[in-house]
Design a protein around this ligand. Structure first.
Ligand code: OGA
Ligand code: MN
Length: 298
């Protein structure tokens, strides 16, 4: 059966059949996947029982890996279950036990239940993320995706003009502040220094514009802080209306791939005592969205 890409809704998401991700990608398949990503922003591959190595090989066939630091909280305590070339997005410790509800690593990690774009806090933010489900909980734990291109197109002209030139600062300190996680060491504060990102970005291959939002965005350069936060809040509310959202209900052996340049996503809650083993590879973006030289807030 040839590869087929079937849309999952009017704005975002498509399911891909007729491909075995354990096999090497042909150039034609790789191009069809990139085209599908440009068009649907989220691609769902079901029933793909991959090893970590196969997941990595599929990733590398689509672009270079993001090599900047990941698993920051796990690194601090040597809490590795899987190779550090992956983002371990599970709720499991090195013995494959769910973290205690009050574990600092867990409380930091559940910041990903806020709408965000992966690595928007890095100078060169992520292009694609590829998340694979190895174990899933009995209930909850969906991942939701919102289309920032469709959201941009639904803005009125005045709002488009207002946001076009704006530059934001992004940091994990900002996203964690939203959920009241505020205890950081001086070293962590240094590591999480804000970077600049433009608020409107253009997808290179299509020219489509999108709103580059993320819960990591905490300031707008030259704006009063409360006004900046309110604009980001209003834009996020607009962009995450149900019509722009696909909610993925996981099955074991799903691999879901999303374009961080034109989507936000968030995890949904699930029973904390149940294992949820999801593993992510990340393809790096090609350049900063804006010059960085004065990016870092004092
Ligand atoms: C991620 C992420 C959410 C989830 O892998 O980047 O935000 O539902 N995941 O696990
Ligand atoms: Mn994420």
């Amino acid at each position: 059966m040839p590869m087929q890409i079937r849309p999952l809704g009017p704005f975002i998401g498509a399911e891909v059949d007729g491909i075995d991700l354990r096999e090497p990608l042909t150039p034609a398949q790789a191009e069809a996947i990139h085209h599908g990503m440009d068009r649907y922003a989220v691609l769902v591959f079901r029933g793909q029982p991959l090893t970590n190595d196969q997941h990595m090989a599929f990733t590398l066939a689509l672009g270079p890996l993001e090599t900047t630091q990941k698993n920051v909280m796990r690194s601090a305590s040597g809490e590795f279950r899987i190779p550090d070339s992956f983002n371990d997005v599970s709720n499991l410790d090195r013995n494959n036990q769910p973290y205690a509800p009050g574990d600092r690593k867990r409380l930091f990690a559940i910041g990903n239940r806020l709408w965000h774009s992966d690595s928007s806090f890095k100078v060169v933010p992520a292009k694609y993320s590829l998340l694979r489900a190895v174990r899933i909980p009995s209930a909850g734990g969906n991942t939701e995706f919102a289309h920032m291109g469709a959201a941009y197109e639904a803005l009125d002209g005045d709002t488009r003009d207002l946001i076009e030139p704006l530059i934001c600062e992004h940091s994990q300190l900002f996203s964690r502040d939203v959920i009241g996680f505020r205890e950081f060491s001086p070293e962590e504060r240094e590591r999480f220094k804000p970077v600049r990102q433009r608020l409107v970005r253009t997808l290179p291959r299509t020219g489509r514009k999108s709103i580059y939002l993320s819960s990591h965005a905490g300031t707008i350069m030259g704006w009063q802080l409360p006004e900046a936060r309110l604009l980001l809040h209003d834009l996020t509310e607009h962009a995450t209306q149900r019509e722009f959202v696909y909610s993925h209900r996981w099955q074991v052996n799903d691999l879901v791939m999303w374009d961080n340049r034109q989507t936000m996503h968030r995890g949904r809650p699930f029973p904390p005592e149940e294992p949820r083993d999801v593993r992510r590879t990340t393809i790096k973006g090609h350049a900063p969205t804006v010059e960085q030289q004065e990016a870092v807030a004092a």
